[in-house]
Design a binder for this molecule. Structure first.
Ligand code: NAD
Ligand code: TDX
Length: 327
């Protein structure tokens, strides 16, 4: 699997170790977003880490040849970074996915491509519809456009070359090991540090939250039972606006729920994401385990409180970058 030292990828490695007897090779470039600590303590005879770039054919080709299947998580993943500098997003998300596709084509290997609901653009707050597998692509940011591009490449390789691939598009994940540049861990670590949480714009924007463990169980289900060539949307009916989430974090951490700042909005900020995951549930029998967002969030807060050693070295630099943009 690619990107296994990142937030969701490392969760998937743990999920495979706990729920299967598979042996896993993680290919990861160890960018700023990776953490080797998230893979510490795993059985050495089952999990091997190869440090390398998914856009490097010389690294990818022999690894793909030596394995039965590829699960592709590696990406540049943060919208705000893609607004500052799109170039690594184009290289990793598009050229990297192309490199993986050429290797699975050459060696006739099964591929699962991990993508995001952001490829569909956004919904109005009062739209009764949610995203489905048939929603037209309409990405807004360099990040989501690069992920959309990667999805199109996968579908083209399925249709034109018969590559045995599936695609999943998941909503916003939360849980342990998420980089503190992202919304929930940024606000939790702000509160720990006595900094007021920072809400972009009005805070009305809605995200559809799913625990990373539920994303992992969905990807394993698709890998085992998914139909080749199909796309599956992954979501846990977790729509909340950002204002509600910030207020909940403050309350759970014993602070006044109004103790936050409104800051500059994100350029092109998507208003609402919402996933209709009926196909995955009905066809493949998947369902999420974490259905209580408040208790999942409380556990995540506890995790950041007890893993300060992990995030502390990155906090000042992360906040300095946001401060430059008035965020
Ligand atoms: P992350 O940024 O935490 O981790 C990405 C990992 O990929 C890191 O370990 C990084 O070192 C690695 N990587 C980056 N460029 C690489 C390259 N060129 N070669 C090899 N490895 C490279 O990301 P995440 O939040 O865990 O997201 C993982 C995947 O899930 C991404 O494809 C993302 O688009 C998708 N996704 C994320 C979310 C979310 O809420 N975070 C939701 C839906 C889908
Ligand atoms: O400080 C902040 N304040 C704030 O209000 C930050 C960092 C974010 N926000 C807002 C922007 C979004 O509306 O919170 C929401 C969530 O922001 P992010 O954590 O940056 O996530 P988002 O842009 O929604 O994208 C995430 O979900 C889909 C992941 O980062 C993507 O990789 C995934 O594809």
């Amino acid at each position: 699997m690619t990107g296994g030292a990142g937030f969701i990828g490392s969760n998937f490695v743990h999920h495979l170790v706990d729920h299967t007897d598979l042996r896993i090779t993680v290919l990861d470039k160890l960018t700023y977003a990776a953490s080797k600590e998230s893979l510490a303590g795993l059985p050495e005879d089952r999990v091997q880490l190869v440090v390398g770039d998914i856009a490097d054919e010389d690294v990818v080709d022999p690894l793909v040849a030596a394995h039965d299947a590829v699960v592709h998580y590696a990406a540049e993943s943060h919208n705000d970074n893609s607004l500052n500098d799109p170039s690594p997003f184009i290289r990793t998300n598009i050229l990297g996915t192309y490199t993986i596709l050429e290797a699975v084509r050459k060696h006739d290997k099964r591929l699962h491509h991990v993508s995001t609901d952001e490829v569909y653009g956004d919904l109005e707050l009062d739209d009764p519809e949610r995203f489905t597998e048939d929603t037209p692509y309409n990405p807004s940011s360099p990040y989501s456009a690069s992920k959309a591009g990667s999805d199109h490449l996968v579908r083209a390789w399925v249709r034109s070359f018969g590559v045995r691939a599936t695609v999943s598009n998941c909503s916003n994940n939360y849980g342990p090991w998420q980089h503190i540049e992202k919304f929930i861990p940024r606000q939790i670590t702000n509160v720990i540090d006595g900094i007021r949480p920072k809400l972009y714009g009005s805070g009305e924007n809605v995200r559809d939250w799913i625990h990373a463990d539920d994303h992992s169980s969905a990807v394993l289900t698709i890998l085992e039972k998914g139909r080749i060539g199909e796309t599956y949307l992954i979501g846990a009916d977790g729509e909340k606006n950002n204002l509600e989430v910030v207020r909940l974090i403050l309350t759970l951490m014993g602070k006044d729920a109004d103790d936050f700042d409104h800051v500059n909005d994100r350029a092109g900020h998507d208003m609402r994401y919402a996933i209709e995951s009926g196909k995955l549930r009905q066809e493949l029998g998947w369902s999420p385990q974490f259905q209580d967002f408040e208790s999942g969030l409380a556990n995540t807060i506890k995790w950041y409180e007890t893993h300060e050693d992990w995030w502390r070295p990155h906090k000042d630099a992360t906040e300095a970058k946001y401060a430059e943009k008035g965020q």
